[in-house]
Design a protein around this ligand. Sequence first.
Ligand code: PLP
Length: 396
Amino acid sequence: MNRTDSYLDYAAGAPLLPAARDAYLAADVPGNPSALHRAGRRARETAEAAREQIAQALGAQPAEVILTSGGTEADGLAIQGLYRARQAGPTARPLVLVSAVEHHAVLDNAQLTGGQVVTIPAGPDGMADLTFVERHLATQADQTALISLMAANNETGALQPVQDLVALAAAAGVPVHCDAVQLVGKAPFSFGVAGLAAATVSAHKLGGPVGVGALLAGRGAAIKPVIGGGGQERGVRSGTIDARGAAGFAAALVAATANTTAEAARLEALLAPLDALVAGHPDLSLNTPLGRHLPGLRNIALAGARGEALVYLLDQQGIAVSTGSACTAGLPQASHVLLAMGQTDEQARSAIRVSLGWATTAADVAALVAALPAAVAAAQRAAAVPPPGQGAGVDR
Ligand code: PLP
């Protein structure tokens, strides 16, 4: 990618913050944090200093920070580890409640528990339906191992009613895990205040290195390990602690959480020209629930063309956006999030996600706004051309 390119895919991965790069390189000294010699002790000090910074930035205690290889591992450890711990004792608790709009890191790990997955439906605005949870807990709380609800959706940016869910679950004695990967760094987040059993954070979404993250786990939350080994990280996450990665993660987190209110206002102001374009375009509309959304993110529905066609056309002009939904073997899939919101299969394939972050400028958004109308028209023309052998007048 050229320097002049417009990178608008922060929800997939943010560029490394200079502070994170500096901290990573400064921590680049030999030594396994578990080793007894001086080099090992230095590495341990680096990791523990990072843990303290991470804890402070997230309103947690250092002992509540379990360092992982990223968001996916933290989600897996939370869901499977909480599930296993909740099976100890005389009561069987086979039920795992997850919202329909969770990231696959939550959905797939819920399946991998071997328990019975109960899906919390979402409304057309992408919000999880808490009346469903309320009804469920009224009769099945004692069979429920855990509930997982994300803080902000990675495709639409919809903010979820996590605090209300925690209140419901606490009254029923059921632990709640929250995937806060997209929210942290974009809006205030305090683990201590939230009352969650566990929460997931990932460094590379907020300007830290790829391959580092954390599971925040309250000291009262029992979690069983999923992978065995050296017993690091409270005995629940074995594997050599990545002191360099932790240092880079901590520096990114401190920078990203320093002033989320001002940064959110900056990102939303940058998006004003895009919002105006979408509002005035007959074939574009928003899947993002404005007013209850992640700052700096828009999911744009497109009539008459596939999201990936628009992504490719914009990419040719040096503008990086995404469809927001997953690919399987390189083939774009209909978004499970948009399907859960009641959209058709065609609609769930016809959206793009634009996501901004720390290095985004007005010029990046201006490039998208200038290119979008022609790219939409080109994607629609391409969609209107029938595949070879299927056109009008062709005998089959
Ligand atoms: N959870 C959410 C909501 C995400 O958006 C992502 C990344 O796309 C993940 C989890 C996985 O995080 P990681 O890439 O650090 O494994």
